[in-house]
Ligand binder design. Structure first.
Ligand SMILES: Nc1ncnc2c1ncn2[C@@H]1O[C@H](COP(=O)(O)OP(=O)(O)OP(=O)(O)O)[C@@H](O)[C@H]1O
Ligand SMILES: O=C(O)c1ccc[n+]([C@@H]2O[C@H](COP(=O)([O-])O)[C@@H](O)[C@H]2O)c1
Length: 197
């Protein structure tokens, strides 16, 4: 059985917190590959930024280019609609029958797992991996059904990066190489009016 870690998120933009946790989980949980799965429409979160799917994908491609075990699945872009994880996992399992899928989340999300669509069914054959996140608590209904990994904790979020860009502050060393220049080149996260996908 191949062991694949799915890492879902908005990645708007990808930041070093994402990359460090992906690399750490890859090794620590002895996974074969990590597949980053950018959401089309997050189930529980309103996307605050107006960046397009193509722009998020370009930043993710830049972020994963140098690591041979990092891949991107655009399955949720293609499916459109709300990006429920159960739908993604079911679709992927059909396409890759000899694979065990893991789903990587930040420790902050363990608390709200009970609100996910068909969570019992999802937990039956998908193994969740929760990576500690600064400020997150581990007291939650499903905490004993999630492999909890103590990776290097970085108090970074995409929200913080977007705010810093808006204020004209540096984001050097906070995002993977090349991501800052995509942000600047495309004028992301500024005040200007942009179209969303
Ligand atoms: N610094 C971090 N440490 C641990 N987990 C993180 C960190 N940043 C993001 N994650 C986790 O990565 C996944 C994808 O996150 P997402 O792309 O939504 O980033 P975010 O930084 O939380 O974004 P935003 O600030 O826009 O809400 C989620 O499971 C989230 O909990
Ligand atoms: O399936 C659900 O009900 C569900 C509810 C909340 C979040 N998720 C997934 O969790 C991942 C991270 O979500 P977010 O909101 O932090 O971008 C992303 O892949 C979402 O599709 C999934």
């Amino acid at each position: 059985m191949k062991r694949i870690g799915l890492f879902g998120g908005s990645f708007d933009p990808p930041h070093l917190g994402h990359m460090l946790m992906a690399q750490y989980v890859l090794e620590e949980c002895e996974l074969d590959e990590i597949w980053f799965v950018p959401v089309h429409t997050p189930p529980h979160k309103k996307r605050e930024s107006m960046s397009t799917n193509e722009e998020r994908l370009e930043m993710l491609e830049q972020s994963t280019a140098l690591e041979e075990k990092f891949f991107i699945s655009t399955i949720e872009f293609e499916r459109k609609g709300i990006s429920y994880t159960i739908d993604t996992v079911k679709q992927l399992k059909k396409q890759h029958p000899n694979t065990h899928f893991y789903f990587i989340i930040g420790g902050d999300m363990i608390e709200s797992l009970h609100t996910w669509k068909d969570i019992e069914e999802l937990l039956e054959d998908t193994t969740f991996i929760g990576v500690q996140r600064p400020g997150a608590s581990s007291q939650a209904i499903y905490s004993d059904r999630v492999i909890q990994v103590e990776a290097i904790q970085v108090d970074l979020s995409s929200t913080l990066i977007r705010e810093r860009v808006k204020l004209g502050k540096s984001i050097a060393y906070m995002v993977p190489n090349g991501v800052e220049s995509i942000i600047r080149k495309r004028g992301l996260y500024g005040d200007g009016e942009r179209e969303s996908t």
